[in-house]
Design a protein around this ligand. Structure first.
Ligand SMILES: Nc1nc2c(ncn2[C@@H]2O[C@H](COP(=O)(O)OP(=O)(O)OP(=O)(O)O)[C@@H](O)[C@H]2O)c(=O)[nH]1
Ligand SMILES: [Mg+2]
Length: 303
């Protein structure tokens, strides 16, 4: 449902610098001990980049569901269990919270127990463990590193494409490698593209903001209808409106009118998307882990 509103035209979301980043990852991954793959807790599956998977598959790795403070906690628990059932290390955190780095470090040390033991044997245990931090744009890689460092060492901001080159950051016992965020060339489905757009991993200026807002409303209306009703003081029957009319109803509620009493749908759309991203609708997960029966029929991305 939501997909039909976004990505109808050919969106150029894979600029040249992302190709460069993939090459950089391929080269530098040889020089690190482990990889942290940051995923967005609201869309763990859609934020799993198959290109990154391919490049780092031989390395010890840990999946980190970041921005868990924005996601539905019950769904996040189901996701971490799902990853563990697949035999993958996984931890959920909010990089805006103290203690996030400690939770990840404990898990890394579990994943790397063998390496650490080998170093102790060789007497090189003093050497810092090198960890590459990877993920899609805007997932919070630099914020996570800053959280670990306890200082704003890497540039971070609320838009995709902030980190432009690699940067090593030293913390006690570790060297962390911050990398630019990267997407992949061909999304498996429109649903994945749409989810990435909703959370702000694709640059907004190449998207149609009204389409984005309508897609989001269509999806959340199915999953968390109550949240929309409460936030925008809508009536139950408003949920029957089509997404364009719903956007208009929300704009009208907020008094976003232009001359002639028409709704300024662009302003309303910007507000809708901003409020979702700022978690004003409450904690929302846009993706659920596959049910057991689906797993057998669906092609699940190998972890
Ligand atoms: N609520 C919440 N916001 C977060 C969290 N982690 C990061 N952010 C916010 O997400 C935005 C993007 O963070 P960055 O650290 O710049 O993301 P990045 O992955 O380094 O992005 P690129 O360098 O563009 O690939 C910033 O506004 C952060 O404050 C989190 O756990 N919870
Ligand atoms: Mg960054």
């Amino acid at each position: 449902m939501a997909q039909e509103f976004v990505n109808r035209r050919n969106i150029q979301w894979f600029p040249g610098h992302m190709m460069k980043t993939l090459r950089l990852i391929e080269k530098d991954v040889k020089n690190v001990d482990a990889v942290l793959q940051l995923l967005d807790a609201r869309i763990p599956y859609s934020s799993l980049n198959p290109e990154i998977q391919r490049l780092v598959k031989h390395k010890p790795r840990l999946y980190v569901l970041n921005k868990a403070d924005l996601a539905d906690p019950a769904v996040t628990t189901r996701w971490t269990n799902w990853f563990k059932q697949q035999g993958a290390g996984c931890v959920s955190i909010s990089s805006k919270t103290k203690g996030a780095a400690a939770a990840v470090r404990t898990q890394i040390e579990k994943e790397l127990a063998e390496l650490i033991a080998r170093r102790e044997e060789k007497g090189t245990q003093g050497a810092a463990i090198r960890v590459m931090v990877l993920g899609i744009p805007n997932v919070g890689k630099s914020t996570f590193i800053n959280c670990w460092a306890g200082a704003a060492k890497a540039k971070a901001a609320d838009r995709p494409g902030v980190t432009r080159g690699k940067q090593w950051i030293s913390v006690p016992g570790y060297e962390l490698l911050d990398m630019p965020g990267v997407l992949w060339k061909k999304f498996d489905s429109l649903e994945i593209a749409t989810n990435l757009a909703f959370i702000g991993s694709i640059k907004d200026n190449i998207l149609d903001i009204e389409e984005l807002a309508m897609g989001l409303l269509a999806q959340v209306k199915e999953m968390y209808p109550q949240r929309l009703l409460e936030r925008y003081k809508l009536k139950e029957e408003d949920l029957q409106l089509d997404p364009w009319e719903l956007l208009e109803a929300i704009g009208r509620r907020r008094g976003m009118l232009i001359s002639g009493g028409e709704v300024n749908t662009e302003r309303a759309a910007i507000m809708v998307v901003d409020e979702f991203r700022a978690s004003k609708w409450g904690r929302i997960s846009l993706e659920q882990p596959p049910a057991k029966s689906e797993e057998e029929t669906n092609e699940t991305r190998a972890l």
